[in-house]
Design a protein around this ligand. Structure first.
Ligand SMILES: [Zn+2]
Ligand SMILES: [Zn+2]
Length: 437
């Protein structure tokens, strides 16, 4: 299979010019001797201050402990939820300025050559002594189950193997969404971190992983907030605390109480965040029509010719309601009110009985209410998921920071200052703070 490969070589900066080339033999030792010879490596002019700790063995044990802990998805989801709920994790995980600049430079080159891309994709760059080699972009292949990071790992491995002098090279891995943490096989994040460890041990190469969005446990594997529907949100909203909520939920036939960490997360969200939204953005096409299916039940028993006229009337009403939707954000209550008002003000025309029209009005209101409730719950699930996974990445980066500091940096890429001023997101509790190493 031919992979799309963009390889650009360019002279690199003169940082290393006066350094003698180091033979790869020095680092091609067994993992055991590597630990012993690590301090013999010449100090490099890495863009970040790298500390050499004497406790290699402790570091290694810590590293493998973290790997096995994060490979246990159920365990780490629970632990992250705990953190999320106690707001222990509140920092953003930006890369440090100089690494960020490197990524921005590469990003510029890729965008120039391949155009801007919002979808998940990855590319990478190897910074050698005299040149930089870039490869990608790669896209996930969902048919074969290949994630874009799988290709990056294979390509990087190949490039490192094919050269004698890899000492002091740097690998930069870009991925739009942070590497996944849950998958049927081992996750991309774990794969990359393990590879970074191997590349450092065997080739003396440092790895940097930069991303634009926090992905975490998202995807088919995540079901943490799947049961958060409007009934749950409403029940949590109307109760004081978790104990109260569980009591109330048990009296409602359709509610299974959520666990305390999830219910408190929702409570916090409801209290602290402006949850307004635009229906026009959230409901589209067939989705919109399906909410008003029930209106046809109103006149099901009418004679056929009546039914035809009434069907047309219903369509007109639904279309009119849709045409009135605006991009403007409104609160949950605001949306309910506007639907009610619309139904009350709507005129059906001369034909048809008043009783039928009243029924249609009521059914419209009920359908509208159900739609607004669904979309409100969807919004809350989305916010919980985003917020939680941002916390997951923060926890992951912090967990690995100490034991991988010598060879691996992971963080979110900040675009230039203008772009970094994002639309105000009321959910962001975190204070932007760079992790220094
Ligand atoms: Zn670095
Ligand atoms: Zn992945």
């Amino acid at each position: 299979m031919e992979l799309p490969m963009l390889r650009r070589k360019r002279p690199r900066f003169a940082e290393y010019e006066n350094k003698p080339p180091v033979s790869r033999k020095n680092c091609l030792a067994s993992p055991k001797t590597l630990l012993d010879t690590k301090h013999l490596r010449p100090e490099t002019s890495c863009v970040h201050p790298c500390t050499h700790k004497p406790e290699y063995l402790t570091d290694n044990k810590h590293f493998f402990d973290q790997i096995s802990s994060w490979s246990d998805t159920d365990f780490s989801v629970k632990r992250a939820l705990e953190h999320y709920n106690h707001r222990k994790a509140t920092r953003e995980v930006f890369l440090d300025d100089q690494v960020n600049k490197k990524f921005l430079g590469f990003h510029c080159d890729i965008t120039e050559e391949c155009g801007a891309e919002e979808k998940q994709h990855s590319w990478a760059a190897i910074e050698k002594r005299e040149e930089i080699v870039m490869y990608g972009p790669y896209y996930p292949n969902y048919n074969s189950g290949d994630h874009s990071e799988d290709v990056i790992i294979r390509q990087t491995q190949e490039l490192l193997q094919s050269d004698e002098f890899t000492q002091d090279w740097k690998v930069y891995v870009f991925t739009m969404n942070s590497p996944c943490l849950a998958r049927n096989t081992s996750s991309c994040m774990i794969n990359l971190v393990q590879k970074a460890h191997e590349w450092w041990s065997v080739y003396g190469v440092r790895t940097h992983i930069g991303f634009m969005r926090c992905w975490g446990f998202k995807g088919t594997k995540e079901n943490l907030f799947r049961e958060v529907d409007y009934g749950q949100v409403d029940c949590i909203n109307q109760t004081q605390d978790h104990e109260d909520y569980v009591k109330a939920a048990n009296t409602r036939p359709d509610l299974n109480p959520l666990c305390e960490n999830v219910s408190s997360a929702i409570k916090h969200l409801l209290r602290s965040v402006n949850l307004s939204f635009s229906l026009k953005t959230l409901v589209q096409g067939q989705d919109w029509k399906s909410y008003f299916k029930n209106m046809h039940c109103v006149f099901e028993c009418e004679p056929d010719d009546e039914k035809k006229a009434l069907t047309q009337k219903t369509s007109l009403m639904i279309e009119a309601a849709q045409a009135r939707l605006s991009e403007e954000s409104r609160s949950f209550e605001g949306h309910l009110e506007s639907g009610n008002e619309f139904a009350l003000d709507y005129t059906f025309g001369p034909q048809g009985s008043d009783v039928l029209h009243e029924d249609m009005r009521l059914t419209f209101q009920r359908s509208w209410q159900e739609m607004v409730q669904d979309k409100y719950a969807e919004l809350i699930r989305g916010k919980l998921t985003d917020d939680f996974n941002q916390c997951v990445i923060q926890l992951f980066v912090t967990d690995f920071l100490e034991c991988t500091n010598n060879f691996l940096h992971i963080g979110r890429i900040q675009l230039s200052n203008e772009d970094a001023v994002e639309k105000p997101n009321p959910l962001t509790r975190s204070q932007g703070k760079r992790l220094r190493h």
